[in-house]
Design a binder for this molecule. Sequence first.
Ligand SMILES: [Zn+2]
Length: 318
Amino acid sequence: MGNYVVGIDLGGTKIYTALANLSGEIVAEEIEPTTKDETKLLHQLGRMVKGVIAKSAVPKEKVLGIGIGAPGTVDYRTGTLITAPNLPWQNYPLKINLQALLRLPVEVDNDANLAALGEYRYGAGRGHRDLVYVTVSTGIGAGIIIDGQLYRGSSGSAGELGHTIVEPGGPRCNCGRRGCLEVMASGTAIGERARQLVAEGFGQEILKLAQGNIEAINAKTVGEAFLAGDPEAKGILNEAAFYLGIGLANVVNLLNPSLIVLGGGVINIGEPFLELIREELAEKALPQPYKDLTVKKAVLGSKTGVMGAIALALERFS
Ligand SMILES: [Zn+2]
């Protein structure tokens, strides 16, 4: 029997834990809702790791280590969660604490970085050496693979594509600055724009799809209306695609990747929305870096994060 690693995708709403062999094949897994209690959360992680090991009947000494992807700002070198708005932790030494609890080596990284690594090793990125993974959901984030290696930057915070400014003087972003890509084109921004439209008396098709409840309108509702041919929904998504086109063209001109992988809930609207983004990107990127570029949807779905965490553990411990 060979060796194994554990991958954990620690999300704000659920935790996905899996034990995998050295080929990255999952042999046991568990998914649980995320505990909102500061001290119980560490013990939940410990319990889930023991759970997948027990379920697989793999002896603990065959487990080489644990990779964890967490949302927010992570100091990769120390394994500390600096800020994680969706978790009950701040400046939390996750690596040290989980290592002490389980007596196994632990590595922690940002979830967008690990999603990039997951798609690179096991998903849409196979066969590419230079790719950028971009997630468009509640927020916007990116992970960068250069020459087969995750690029983290000098302080581990590379890939903050969501906070590149695409509309100077635009609306205020969560980060305190104005006109960030995230505030112009995230799922949150799309939902917000649609609710504004409805509040002004327009967007009746969108409102209908939300059963007449303006508060229930989100990016998914806008996506459904768009796919049903509603021109107002198309207008909102055209605008989001315009700003995503600016952000992605900057990435393409700067890094010249061979592949951009798009993931996250907003991208799940589907191929017609991807096509709007491709059109904007084609118009805005330089011809030379654009000519060999492929833009694809992520393929690992809900497994993207956990596969990235497994890939991190394999890189680090095997
Ligand atoms: Zn920002």
